[in-house]
Design a protein around this ligand. Structure first.
Ligand code: SIN
Length: 523
């Protein structure tokens, strides 16, 4: 049943969705579809902070250059410069909303808020709220959204697909109520802010990340997906086989934390002159290699030399969490392992978040703006959420409205038994983790393609039965995105950034192109 007409419909309530809602709602009514729990998604779990040129001793060219280097030749330089230039104003906007960023108590500091460092950054430029920046930003934004009279928050619906009119324009979303009943939300403009695709993997840095559902919804309407082969693994997730995923922020290395192998030996200085502060692809690969060489399940991150007072001051959340898991980080090195963290690829967009489908926009991790190239630099992602949500809002504020006439492209799907759903998802995650992770090979990618094709046939039979269900829809979307990811990885005949395949020469191509793929290319 259609649920009335919605002017701007935003799907996803992390940082990108909330910022966009606040920036649009003074001019156009907004419906914001977000899960009832913040634990879903990645924003709340972001620890490190937001990168921006804030210190008088930093500059736009330096941040731009560092981002281009980390992106390994594949960034869109204009998108990088645009993002970096908009950064300081975006932080001012957050400060104006009252986000409690950590102040610098040093009387000689040249900026009132503490700026930390992370991998790839040549300067201190990460503004943060202790080691729980995502939580602080989310709490502030959510309070503002809740108080805004023109934003209607719906946490009782799950989007399972997008609606399209006869001219191919996006016209809202098809949703399911918790009872399983269908609810169409027609909208003049629809924005995906649904997060990335780290949930395609078994070990992740946040407990319940997205699995590319939004990317696939856009692809179902014909949108271009870009750079899917570049999946980032954060080098340091707590190794805690019995516990929930927990990130150990890169800021720990930024403040001097050192990586040790299981024999207590430091290994990064021999690999890269930037040592522990090399870009993430370099550090994650080095840890992976060291774990294999020493036949161990983790390495250690040692911060004991920083002293207990500094650890408690800068990293209270990490200290508290590790203590609950029996690790006193002031006295013991932390066991860490790389885990899936961020999708550099996604729905191709322009500077305003516009996709190549009329009236469909994408912001945040679901989008591929060209900022990250082949490897995202730390803390550039919250920056991207802020900057692109604000520029998307600027475009939407003045957009003209067309009458709504909808046809749905969402096929009806059947819910399968929970055990089958769990089994299929586990198979997909296991093979993605084994064959499409930090190091790939031609043989591994070929096997992944075959195994995913088999799984696809099995799941398709369940999908073709007819009744919609959110869990099967999500798996069906994730599975097709996994196939597109493998296809993109097989097509890239070089090693670059996060896509490392020893069967392909490193940087064979001096004029690399982003990869582009459409759902229609799946056989
Ligand atoms: C971290 O705190 O290490 C995560 C920051 C990021 O991924 O940008």
């Amino acid at each position: 049943m259609p649920h009335g007409n919605h002017d701007v419909l935003i799907i996803g309530g992390g940082v990108a969705g909330l910022v966009l809602a606040l920036e649009v709602a003074d001019r156009r009514p907004v419906t914001l579809l977000r899960p009832a729990s913040d634990d879903l998604g990645a924003s709340r779990w972001a620890q490190g902070g937001i990168a921006a040129v804030l210190s008088p001793s930093d500059d736009i060219d330096a941040h731009t250059q560092d981002t281009l280097v980390a992106g390994d030749g594949l960034c869109d330089e204009a998108a990088v410069r645009f993002t970096v230039e908009q950064g300081p104003a975006a932080i001012e906007w957050l400060l104006g909303l009252g986000v409690p960023f950590t102040r610098d108590t040093n009387p000689t500091a040249d900026y009132p808020y503490h700026l930390t460092r992370e991998g790839g950054h040549g300067a201190r430029r990460i503004i943060h709220a202790d080691d729980a920046t995502g939580r602080a930003v989310m709490d502030t934004l959510k309070a503002r959204v809740a108080a805004h009279p023109m934003i209607r928050v719906r946490d009782d619906l799950t989007a399972i697909g997008l609606l399209q009119d006869d001219d191919g324009r996006c016209r809202g979303a098809r949703c399911l109520e918790s009872t399983g009943a269908r609810a169409d939300l027609p909208a003049h403009d629809t924005v995906l802010a649904t997060g990335g695709a780290s949930g395609l993997y078994r070990h992740t840095t946040s407990p319940q990340p997205a699995s590319g559902e939004g990317m696939l919804m856009a692809a179902e309407l014909g949108a271009t997906l870009m750079n899917l082969e570049f999946q980032q693994f954060h080098p340091t997730c707590l190794h805690d086989p019995e516990g929930a995923p927990f990130l150990i922020s890169e800021a720990v290395r930024g403040e001097g934390g050192q990586l040790l192998n299981v024999h207590g030996e430091r290994f990064m200085p021999a690999i890269d002159t930037r040592a522990e502060l090399a870009p993430r692809d370099v550090v994650a690969r080095a840890i992976d290699a060291e774990m294999q060489r020493t036949v161990s399940e983790h390495v250690f991150l040692d911060m004991r030399h920083l002293g207990e007072a500094a650890i408690l001051e800068h990293f209270p959340t990490i200290h508290r969490h590790c203590a609950t898991r029996g690790i006193d980080i002031a006295r013991t090195p932390i066991p860490v392992v790389p885990a899936a963290h961020y999708s550099c690829g996604g729905v191709a967009t322009d500077r305003h978040g516009a996709t190549d489908i009329d009236h469909l926009y994408a912001v945040g991790e679901v989008a591929c703006t060209g900022l990250h190239g082949a490897n995202r630099m730390a803390s550039n992602s919250l920056l991207e959420c802020l900057v692109f949500a604000r520029s998307c809002a600027a475009a939407l504020r003045d957009a003209t409205h067309a009458p709504l006439a909808i046809r749905s492209t969402v096929p009806a799907v059947a819910e399968a038994p929970p055990a089958a759903l769990e089994g299929w998802r586990e198979r997909m995650r296991a093979l993605m983790s084994a064959r499409v992770a930090i190091v790939r090979s031609d043989e591994g990618l070929n096997k992944a393609a075959e195994e995913l094709a088999e799984l696809y046939q099995e799941v398709r039979e369940a999908v073709e039965h007819g009744q919609p269900g959110t869990r099967l829809t999500s798996l069906w979307q994730a599975l097709r995105l996994a196939r597109l990811t493998v296809a993109s990885a097989r097509a890239r005949r070089e090693s670059r950034g996060l896509h490392y395949n020893p069967d392909c020469q490193h940087h064979a191509n001096h004029h690399p192109e982003p990869s582009r793929i459409h759902l229609g290319e799946l056989d």
